[in-house]
Design a protein around this ligand. Structure first.
Ligand code: ATP
Length: 341
């Protein structure tokens, strides 16, 4: 039995969390991967009656669980997810982007992953005001650069696709911080002779993600650049609404959509649940690897297949050109999952 801490979040968070819960419940009932879901309070709604967006009790529950899923949070996102990433040392943020049937993308044959360093850069929280100026300190360490580079090369090996890693930075301007990141990635690349390695400046990468996204396999980059490029990559394959993500450390992980709480569509029943459902898929992959659990491998693949089939049938929310509701998409996925058992 896996203890799963679930933060339902703000905006469209509760709507897509409901969808994810029903998928997890079905996996629990039909595929013999057992979950105990523990609802955890965090975010803007909690902040209304609380001092902290992530109360101490919530943090404790997350720490004592096997894994966590988090729906998007509104204004207090930094106080929840940035805090959790740092406190739990979830150093690798993994953000895949690929084509799915019936979703208009900029190109075909896109299958890339952004590996974003998740604990440093301007997210280290070192920001100060002076009389007429403010500064933010951008932190880069050898340790964090080494482990994220290692993660990227191992992932490229495991994926066995184009077998390439591109290190994305701005070392021509940020000579110290990105200089360290880029030389560290190059050093690590020497250990992985079967993986093709190259460097790319972040501005060139932003352009190439639009010009030839199909050429990328694994992109490894620093925290802020990874945040921005992954929103771009999500749109290149169709929508933020299909973009899942993982925050991974040595012993714990949190899975969440790439996007924010989308207040513009909250409560309308049209949020795309796929970002959250594909995050469930990523969670199952991680549990499979961590616990050598073949049932999780099977369940993860079943979710991927069900999502692909439902999209092929043209059941989709407005963000990807459909006219279905969140519930229609979720229910069709559940029906697909039931039929494959
Ligand atoms: P944040 O700053 O918290 O990342 P944001 O203001 O950048 O948030 P998002 O909430 O990520 O914005 O949303 C950006 C756009 O993408 C909005 O128009 C939103 O409606 C759309 N969007 C995001 N997620 C989804 C989803 N799951 N389904 C449909 N549309 C979505």
């Amino acid at each position: 039995m896996y203890k799963l801490a679930l933060i339902s979040g703000d905006g469209i968070g509760p709507e897509i969390s409901k969808a994810a819960k029903s998928v997890i419940q079905l996996i629990h009932n039909m595929y013999d991967v057992k979950f105990e879901i523990i609802d955890v309070e965090a975010g803007d709604s909690v902040l209304k009656n609380n001092e902290k967006a992530l109360p101490d009790l919530s943090f404790k529950v997350i720490k004592n669980s096997d894994v966590c899923m988090k729906a998007p949070i509104g204004e207090s996102a930094a106080d929840v997810i940035v805090y959790l990433r740092r406190m739990l040392d979830l150093y690798a943020n993994i953000r895949p982007s690929k084509n799915y049937p019936n979703i208009r993308a900029l190109k075909d044959d896109i299958d890339l992953v952004i590996v974003r360093e998740n604990t440093e850069d301007v997210y280290a929280g070192l920001e100060y005001d002076f009389e007429n100026a403010s500064i933010a300190i951008r932190l880069t360490t050898k340790k964090a650069s080494t482990r994220i580079a290692e993660y990227a090369f191992k992932l490229a090996k495991f994926r066995n696709k184009k077998k390439s890693v591109v290190s994305v930075h701005k070392a021509n301007l940020l000579r110290k911080t990105d200089g360290l990141f880029s030389t560290t990635c190059r050093e690590i690349s020497k250990k992985y002779t079967d993986i093709q390695f190259s460097d790319m400046y972040v501005d060139a990468c932003a352009m190439n993600l639009i010009r030839n996204p199909e050429n990328f396999d694994v992109i490894v980059t620093t925290n802020l650049f990874g945040d921005i490029l992954s929103d771009e990559a999500a749109q290149v394959v169709g929508s933020l609404g299909i973009a899942p993500a993982a925050n991974i450390g040595d012993n714990f992980a949190i899975f969440e959509p790439v996007h924010g709480s989308a207040p513009d569509i909250a409560g309308k029943g049209i949020a795309n649940p796929l970002s959250m459902i594909l995050s469930v898929r990523m969670m199952l992959d991680w549990l499979a690897m961590k616990n050598n659990d073949n049932k999780c491998v099977d369940a993860a693949q079943k979710i991927e297949d069900a999502v692909t089939k439902v999209l092929a049938k043209g059941i989709k929310t407005p963000d990807i050109g459909g006219n279905n509701k969140t519930e229609d998409v979720t229910n069709t996925i559940l029906t697909e999952l039931r039929s494959t058992q």
